[in-house]
Design a protein around this ligand. Structure first.
Ligand code: FA5
Ligand code: MG
Length: 458
């Protein structure tokens, strides 16, 4: 027994992910089979899945052909793509085996969508792009963290060789002017860059960085405005009250200085929601070395990365990140059709995290009537199924989801109920969900009689 449970499971020599096979190095390999199984789920592409709906809403704010979408990039990338190309120093903690899922020393499951920046800047198919993808991080387990989640990356560049007169600043402000306005309250207390905290890159003029940052911030504010417009609409549609502050005031957001190896200056965008600041995304002016290495040194631009589950939790009021992985129709069924018609978006209605528990209950009825009284809808003194409903509701409250009368039975020979000991059975299925112990004392006074014993269900 000891030998069996204390020895390490034998490692595979290779691992196949999305039909590509990679060699495993035992000293690096740390991908559990649970994680491997999740690589095929691609929630961001499942029709009517809240992660996919969230992707669609964000994509609508960054339309093609300016922004091209890439939603099916392989989750297996090189350490170069995930870290080196982006300027992560060799000792960055994110590279540790404790934080990142490795297949071998050079191959890993991407920890963020930024792993594809270099390739897409090099492809240079459009001035902007969007990537949505599953990302993997070895992390704690709680309601807002999961080792697999989804990110959406966006980027936009301007090319000195392509804008009129080579004037990047003018071109960026012209594009900024064509963006819609919004009525949000913006807190942005910091200067556009700061020598120590949030430096300007040496290859950019202050005016260029300011212009790019202004376009970046407005674009992302519009994204947040669109999301919260949907949040408000869906609450109204469902008749669910939002916190007064969230419902009545214009949305309040703030820009906070941040640090990423691959952008400078950098920010995080936070939203004031349900009495706290909620971090939504990270972004900044793209490090010029990334564009230089990608063979497009004449370009300058911005990039952002947002957590799709975070946004989806707001949009649908989903309380736990683990729910996104559910295959339960009580979860998935609530979003049916929303992918085709966002006008159907409604807040999620919670259900127990435990599977439903069915109780099949049969009981004896006192019989006053004779044949024809079946179904429990007789006259004075007869039993009615609503009597049972009352008992169940009284004892178990809303924990019980459904009580169904399945069958009733009158003895064919006697046609009577109790006088001769014949049985009239009434079966009820009581669906109990939730953690509460349900105690049904099925004894409405003077109705069900002594034959119907008290029951305790756990
Ligand atoms: C990044 O991953 C950067 N690549 C983002 C970026 C892209 C910055 C381009 C600049 C330019 P960060 O680790 O902070 O950054 O994650 C970005 C977003 O992903 C967070 O704001 C959050 O919304 C979401 N996120 C991060 N960790 C988790 C997690 N464990 N579970 C769910 N969402 C998460
Ligand atoms: Mg962060």
């Amino acid at each position: 027994w000891r030998a069996q449970y204390s020895s390490k499971p034998e490692l595979p020599k290779t691992v196949t992910i999305n039909s590509k096979t990679y060699p495993v190095e035992p000293e690096w390999y740390n991908v559990s089979s649970t994680i491997l199984n999740l690589t095929s789920r691609k929630l961001h592409l499942q029709k009517d899945h809240p992660v996919s709906i969230t992707r669609q809403i964000i994509e609508s704010v960054f339309p093609s052909p300016t922004y091209l979408s890439y939603n099916n990039l392989d989750p297996v990338v090189s350490t170069h793509e995930n870290f080196d190309s982006l300027g992560f120093p060799p000792n960055h903690p994110g590279r540790a085996k404790t934080d990142t899922y490795y297949i071998n020393s050079k191959t890993l499951l991407r920890t963020h969508t930024s792993a594809h920046e270099a390739a897409l800047f090099a492809a240079a198919k459009s001035p902007g792009y969007l990537i949505s993808a599953d990302v993997y991080r070895r992390d704690e387990i709680d309601k807002s963290h999961y080792p697999v989640f989804h990110q959406m990356e966006g980027a936009r560049v301007w090319d000195r060789n392509l804008v009129p007169g080579g004037d990047i600043v003018k071109a960026v402000y012209k594009d900024l002017e064509s963006l819609p306005k919004h009525d949000m309250i913006i807190e942005d207390p910091n200067p556009p860059f700061h020598a120590e905290r949030n430096p300007l890159q040496s290859s950019h003029t202050a005016e260029e960085a300011k212009a790019v940052a202004a376009h970046l911030k407005r674009s992302l504010e519009l994204m947040v405005a669109e999301i919260f417009k949907r949040v408000k609409e869906s609450h109204a549609r469902a008749g669910v009250k939002m916190k007064q502050d969230d419902a009545e005031r214009p949305l309040k957001v703030r820009w906070v200085e941040a640090y990423f190896p691959f952008t400078s200056p950098s920010w995080e965008l936070e939203v004031w929601y349900q009495d706290e600041w909620l971090e939504i995304l990270g972004c900044g002016v793209t490090q010029q070395h990334i564009l230089d290495d990608a063979g497009v040194p004449s370009q300058i631009g911005w990039a952002f990365g947002v957590g799709l589950e975070r946004i989806a939790m707001l949009l649908f009021q989903i309380p736990d990140i683990r729910l996104f992985w559910s295959r339960d129709q009580r979860f998935l069924g609530q979003f049916a059709g929303v992918g085709d018609d966002l006008g159907k978006l409604r807040p999620f209605v919670g259900f127990s995290k435990h599977p439903a528990c069915y109780k099949d209950v049969s009981f004896w009825l006192p019989g006053h009537g004779g044949a024809g009284a079946a179904g429990g809808r007789g006259g004075e003194g007869e039993w009615h199924e609503n009597d049972l409903m009352e008992v169940v509701r009284d004892v178990a409250g809303d924990v019980v989801e459904d009580v169904v009368l399945m069958d009733s039975f009158v003895h064919p020979k006697t046609g009577r109920r109790i006088e001769d000991g014949d049985v009239l059975g009434v079966g009820a299925v009581v669906l109990i969900s939730g953690e509460t112990v349900c105690v049904v004392d099925a004894q409405p006074p003077g109705r069900l009689g002594p034959d119907c014993a008290s029951k305790t269900w756990g």
